[in-house]
Design a protein. Structure first.
Length: 343
C-alpha cells in the first residue's frame, strides 16, 4: 500500500513538521513550506477493518510493519517520516488537529524541570538523566458537543436564629424547590485510543482548542499518530459520565442561599449534538528509576506534565516531622501568649 512522504524540493531530504515555526521543514537545507498552502494528497477511500496490507518506504524500499492503530510513523531502516494514507481517509479521516508547539528538546527540558520540582521524590530521580524515550504522538480524541435537559425537585430549609428579650429563638422555613435547566457542553474531549491511559489523558486537559486546524497530513510528518479504537457512539456513555460533576456543580449554584437542600428527584437527559474526530499532541516520556519503568505524558501545546513519580519514604517522614515540629512550636507560643504553660 502507498505511503505519504514529504521530500524537500531543494535537496531531496525528508521533511518533517517543525513545532516552533509551524511549517513543514527540511532539517538538511532549512527549507520551510506553509502547510496551509500545501495540497493534501489524501483521497476518500473505503477502509475494510482487518484488511491485510503491506507498506513500503518510498526512500529505501523497506517494508514498514506497524500496529493496526498506527497512522503515522518513521521507517525503522532509514528514519524517514511516513504517513499511512489509507488509515486517515474515509471514516478514519480526522476533522481537525492541534499541532505540536513544543519540540522534543523542549519537552525533555520541561520534563527535567518538572522532576526537580518534586519535593517528595527521591534525590536520584530528580538529578539522574534516566529518560529512556520521548515520543511525540498525535492521540485520537472525540470532541463532543452535548445538550443537557435537566429537571430538579428538592426540599430546602432556611434557618434563622435570634434573641428577643430573655428568649433565644430558632426559626426554620421549608421550601419546595424546582429547577428546569438547559446546559450546553462544548468541546468535551474523550481519548479514543485503546493504548492510552484514560486517567493520564484526562489530566492533560485543557488543550487550547483555539489552536485547532483543519486536518492536513504534513502536521503528522516526523511524529507517530494513532487512529481511533472506539467510535463516538461507543464513548458517548463515558462522555456523559464525565460531565456529571459539572452538572451537579451547576445545579448546586442555582439553589444557593438555603441552609440545607435535599434532592428528591434529579433527572438529566443528555443528547449528542455533534462529535468531531481530532488528533491532539502528546509527548510520552518513558523513565527508568531503580529498575522500574515510569510513564509520563506531556501536553504538546501547554507543556503540562502528568504521571506518578516514585515517592521517597524518608522525605515523607521528614515532612511529617517538620509539620509536627511547627505545630508544637505554635502551640507553645499560643500558650505563652495566654499566660499558661505547655508541657
Amino acid at each position: 500500500m502507498p505511503v505519504i512522504e514529504y521530500k524537500c524540493p531543494n535537496c531531496g531530504s525528508g521533511m518533517i513538521f517543525d513545532s516552533v515555526s509551524g511549517a513543514l521543514s527540511c532539517p538538511s537545507c532549512g527549507r520551510q513550506d506553509n502547510i496551509e498552502q500545501l495540497p493534501d494528497p489524501l483521497k476518500k477511500q473505503v477502509f475494510t477493518e482487518g484488511e491485510v496490507k503491506e507498506y513500503h518506504c518510498n526512500s529505501c524500499g523497506a517494508d514498514i510493519v506497524t500496529e493496526p492503530e498506527t497512522s503515522a510513523t518513521t521507517c525503522s531502516f532509514c528514519g524517514a517520516a511516513v504517513v499511512l494514507s489509507d488509515r486517515l481517509t474515509g471514516n478514519l479521516a480526522p476533522a481537525m488537529v492541534i499541532p505540536f508547539s513544543i519540540n522534543k528538546d523542549q519537552a525533555k527540558q520541561a520534563f527535567k524541570k518538572w522532576c526537580r520540582n518534586g519535593l517528595l521524590t527521591p534525590g536520584g530521580f530528580m538529578t539522574a538523566d534516566r529518560i529512556q524515550s520521548v515520543t511525540g504522538i498525535y492521540v485520537p480524541f472525540w470532541l463532543y458537543d452535548l445538550h443537557n435537559r435537566i429537571e430538579v425537585h428538592a426540599q430546602g430549609t432556611k434557618v434563622r436564629s435570634y434573641t428577643q428579650g430573655d428568649y433565644h429563638y430558632t426559626e426554620t422555613q421549608h421550601f419546595d424547590i424546582y429547577r428546569k435547566i438547559r446546559l450546553e457542553y462544548v468541546n468535551l474531549p474523550i481519548d479514543a485510543s485503546k493504548k492510552m491511559n484514560d486517567e493520564l489523558m484526562d489530566k492533560l486537559e485543557p488543550f487550547p482548542y483555539n489552536e485547532l486546524k483543519l486536518f492536513k497530513t504534513p502536521y503528522l510528518a516526523g511524529y507517530i499518530a494513532e487512529k481511533y479504537s472506539y467510535s463516538e457512539d461507543e464513548l458517548f456513555p463515558r462522555a456523559k459520565d464525565k460531565t456529571r460533576s459539572y452538572i451537579d456543580s451547576y445545579i448546586a449554584s442555582t439553589v444557593s442561599g438555603y441552609t440545607s437542600v435535599s434532592y428528591t428527584n434529579k433527572h438529566i437527559d443528555t443528547t449528542l449534538k455533534n462529535a468531531d474526530y481530532v488528533l491532539l499532541p502528546v509527548w510520552m516520556v518513558n523513565y527508568d528509576y531503580n529498575h522500574k519503568q515510569y510513564t509520563f505524558a506531556m501536553n504538546g501545546q501547554t507543556g503540562k506534565v502528568v504521571g506518578k513519580p516514585p515517592i521517597s519514604k524518608a522525605k515523607v517522614a521528614g515532612w511529617f516531622t517538620g509539620v509536627a515540629a511547627v505545630s508544637l512550636l505554635s502551640l507553645k507560643l499560643v500558650s505563652w501568649m495566654m499566660g499558661g504553660g505547655f508541657l
